[in-house]
Design a protein around this ligand. Structure first.
Ligand code: URA
Length: 201
C-alpha cells in the first residue's frame, strides 16, 4: 500500500472515531486519542486506554507513563516519531476505570484496522489487558497467561482476516515503572526483544 493510501485510510479512521457513538465513552471524554506516529512504522505499541493527560491533549502516552515509554525507546535507540502508538480504547474511561468488555468490543475494530494499514513487523503490547486482547485475537494459546509470564516473549501470529503476519511482543505497562526501579530494569531488558526481532527479519 502506498504512503498516500495509508494516510487516507488512517485519516478516515480518525474521522470515524471523532464521530463514534458505539459505546457511551464519547459522552465523558474530552478528546479521543486515535493514535500517533509513523504510518509505515516497523514497531507499533498498543496500550490500554487514554488517561487524564491523553484525554486533554489527544496524544497517546503523553503523561508519566509516556515519559517512561520515551526513556525505553531511547534505551533501544528508536525514535518516538518512527513508531506508531495506539490504544485499544480511543476514549478515556471515567476515573481511569478498567475498560468494559462491551467498550472493547465496540472500539477494537478501529485498532485492528490501524494494524492492517500500518503493517508493523512488531506489535508491542503494553500491559496485561493489551497483551490478552491482542494475543486472543490472533488465536495464541498462551493468551490467558499473566503478563509476568508473557513479557519479552515473541509470538509469530497471522491475522485471521487479512492473513498478514506479525510478531507480537508483550511488555509490562510503562506505568508499572513510575515508582518501581526493578520494573524499569525488567522493561529495559524486555524492550531489547523488539530490537532483536527487527535485526532477525
Ligand atoms: N496508558 C495507556 O494505556 N495509554 C495511554 O495512552 C496512556 C496511558
Amino acid at each position: 500500500m502506498s504512503e498516500n493510501e495509508k494516510d487516507n485510510l488512517l485519516l478516515a479512521i480518525k474521522e470515524e472515531v471523532i464521530r463514534c457513538q458505539k459505546c457511551s465513552l464519547y459522552k465523558t471524554r474530552t478528546l479521543p486519542v486515535v493514535g500517533q506516529g509513523n504510518h509505515s512504522a516497523q514497531i507499533m505499541f498498543i496500550g490500554e486506554a487514554p488517561g487524564a493527560n491523553e484525554d486533554k491533549t489527544g496524544v497517546p502516552f503523553c503523561g508519566e507513563a509516556g515519559q517512561i515509554l520515551n526513556l525505553l525507546l531511547v534505551s533501544i535507540g528508536v525514535k518516538r516519531e518512527d513508531v506508531y502508538i495506539a490504544n485499544i480504547l480511543k476514549d478515556r474511561p471515567p476515573a481511569n476505570r478498567e475498560p468494559a468488555p462491551e467498550e472493547v468490543k465496540a472500539c477494537a475494530p478501529y485498532l485492528l484496522r490501524q494494524i492492517a494499514i500500518i503493517e508493523p513487523q512488531v506489535i508491542a503490547t503494553l500491559g496485561n489487558h493489551s497483551a490478552h486482547f491482542v494475543l486472543e485475537y490472533f488465536g495464541v494459546p498462551e493468551s490467558q497467561l499473566g503478563i509476568s509470564q508473557l513479557r519479552g516473549r515473541k509470538f509469530a501470529v497471522q491475522d485471521p482476516l487479512t492473513k498478514k503476519h506479525y510478531t507480537v511482543i508483550p511488555l509490562y505497562h510503562p506505568a508499572v515503572a513510575v515508582y518501581n526501579r526493578h520494573r524499569l530494569s525488567d522493561l529495559k531488558n524486555n524492550f531489547k526483544a523488539i530490537k532483536e526481532q527487527l535485526k532477525d527479519e
